[in-house]
Design a protein around this ligand. Sequence first.
Ligand code: BTN
Length: 275
Amino acid sequence: MSRDEILDRLRSEYMGRSLYYYDETDSTNARIGDLAGAGAPDGTLAVADKQTAGRGRRGRGWDSPPGMNIYMSLLLRPDMDPSDAPMITILMALAVCESATEVIGGENAGDDTPAARIKWPNDIVIRGRKVCGILTEMNMEAGCISGVIVGVGINVNQGERTLFPEEIRDTATSLKLECGHAIDRSILIAMIMERFEDLYGRFTDSGDLAYLTDRYDELLVSRDREVRVLDPQGEYTGISRGIDDRGELLVETPDGEVHRVYAGEVSVRGLYGYV
Ligand code: BTN
């Protein structure tokens, strides 16, 4: 993987065309934060082969060894209300999920071929194990969004489960571990940029996600399954019924009421591992 190789494979109009490539950096989200402050344009992408301080959600780290994975962050400069920004995570999850299934050959094959699924709202899983995490951060100036940073970490060519840190060994996987062959990282990055550009364009035109909810719900790991919602006001369980046109998860409780889950933890019962 190199800057030239990624540029060579890009088919998008502007997503990823302003491209910064690092053999090693602390965190691509941090790099994009700096670039945003320096006036970098909408669609600027930072890609690293290795991160020394990869950031995960909830203050956790993101294991980022060299030579095998994708660590990338995209800068967006949307003209939207800050409360709309979480919908961008939904778009990226869909773009990654569909692209991952395409590169592992998941949609054309028989029953035991894996396809990637979305664990709403930030993760992509294959056979119940996490293959990708998304960390979306927002920069504000005077009450307006000055930039949204969408950080994406994908385990691509990790060939041995033992290479994962012990604490995630049972719950993490890589594309290669699931499909049995190595994946060209530059091709996957280019695919994601192209898909995301299309999804983002339709979103900014229409202002909501109505055009993709059916497509998204097909890929939702929790769809029509019992989920536990870890609401700080009190946990509850219900059946996940997909997302609404703002990307909120609809959870139907036994009394027939449908709750809209805006963010936070939702665990899916009866599935392997952390999902
Ligand atoms: C999660 O906790 O699941 C989100 C992980 C996000 C990791 C990616 S790797 C590229 C980008 N840079 C970072 O420091 N974090 C994100």
